[in-house]
Design a binder for this molecule. Structure first.
Ligand SMILES: [Mg+2]
Length: 388
């Protein structure tokens, strides 16, 4: 039995919320984001602004050059967060199997509902519009990968200059056929680098990836090659993971060449732990379980985990736990293809404040300061002295 997965994406979410608060913005070219003189960037832009070539993540100064009449609206994260919670609450009325993937996007597993996915999508779209006055687009398919691409594709086809409010259903069995004509870059995991490498082989569409030998893709791209082949066929068996289960943060790296040098592996582990710690602090959460993921050159993968005495969001503690796991499974000289560090069992950090001793508080303040510096000036700017 095929699953019924919906991917819902609010259309120009920040802009739609701002329009509600200030109806004069309706139909106008405007962008929510930072001021141009403060080197601000576009967080979200109205569909009228998109006609001028304005898009999100673009420097605001550039957006204003493209569209001199552009109205710049300051970002109000608090309000968007509140509205987002209301949207997610509506989704939860339909099914408890909701996975929020960003402030304005979620997957739903509606396999247990009797209606067909297109009907459910239309009902959901109407409900969100009636209750919150917000436009959204929905893709439906037998898995997350295809549902998400369906949404993106449907939005790209929408009439220019207005909210797409698109719905696209890919029936089970049609996944590969739907993907075949789309550009390779529409596939998850195909960034500019991979797209360029594929183009060199004459591969431009997802269908061409699917038709290519999987063994050859694996030879050229490693584990990623297998993923590419599977995704190009429209295969994806990942479940919709509810918020409760999803509470984890992880980072992993696939080496360009297999690594057997212990020092390099430990250094990598350290920087992965730093990255995970940073993400936890940014999101204001701490986790109690540290997980190590390790893949050998023959693609066998193992994970090991350990539970800490209390939740942490600190690089050093995450690294120490990951290193202990690593030392248990790695033998000197053995080649490694992929390393990953993750922290699960997350809870808001605020609640633990009182448990902290002052040394930990000091450590945390230092880490938060370093995070802020890196955020402003880039990763290379500050590096701590060597730990242990
Ligand atoms: Mg959106």
């Amino acid at each position: 039995m095929a699953r019924k997965i919906l991917h819902l994406d609010l259309d120009a979410f920040f802009c739609a919320v701002e329009e509600q608060h200030n109806p004069a913005l309706r139909g106008q070219p405007f962008a929510v984001g930072g001021q141009p003189d403060a080197r601000g960037v576009v967080s979200s832009c109205s569909y009228a602004a998109r006609r001028y070539g304005v898009h999100s993540a673009m420097p605001m100064a550039r957006a204003l050059r493209l569209c001199p009449a552009l109205i710049v609206v300051p970002v109000r994260h608090g309000i968007y967060g509140e509205v987002s919670r209301r949207v997610m609450a509506i989704l939860s009325e339909l099914t408890p199997l909701v996975e929020q993937i960003s402030i304005d996007e979620a997957f739903l597993d509606v396999s247990d509902l009797p209606d067909d996915p297109g009907e459910i999508a239309r009902r959901l779209q109407t409900l969100i519009n009636e209750r919150l006055g917000l436009p959204c687009s929905i893709g439906a398919a037998s898995n997350k990968l295809v549902a998400k691409i369906a949404t993106d594709h449907a939005k790209s086809l929408a009439r220019e200059g207005s909210y797409p409010k698109a719905i696209l259903v890919v029936p089970p069995g049609q996944e590969a056929a739907f993907l075949a004509l789309l550009p390779a870059s529409a596939l998850w995991g195909v960034g500019p680098k991979t797209a360029a490498a594929l183009a060199k082989l004459g591969i431009h569409t997802i269908g061409q990836i699917a038709a290519w030998s999987e063994a050859d893709l694996a030879r050229r791209f490693g584990a990623h090659g297998h993923d590419l082949a599977r995704r190009a066929r429209g295969e994806d068996d990942r479940p919709v993971v509810t918020e409760h289960e999803a509470k984890s943060a992880s980072q992993e790296i696939t080496f360009a060449h297999d690594v057997c040098d212990g020092e390099e592996l430990r250094r990598t582990l350290h920087s992965l732990a730093d990255g995970v710690g940073r993400r936890l602090r940014r999101e204001g959460v701490s986790g109690v379980t540290v997980r190590l993921k390790l893949r050998w050159p023959d693609f066998t993968t193992l994970t090991r985990q350990t539970t800490l005495p209390e939740p942490t969001d600190q690089d050093g503690e995450i690294y120490a736990a990951a290193l202990a796991l690593f030392d248990m499974v790695w033998r000197e000289g053995r080649a490694v293809r992929l390393l990953g560090v993750g922290v699960t069992g997350l809870t808001p950090t605020r609640r633990q404040l009182t448990l902290w001793d002052t040394a930990r508080q000091r450590e945390r303040r230092l880490l938060v300061t370093l995070d802020a510096l890196r955020e402003r000036f880039g990763d290379g700017v500050v590096r701590r002295g060597k730990r242990r």
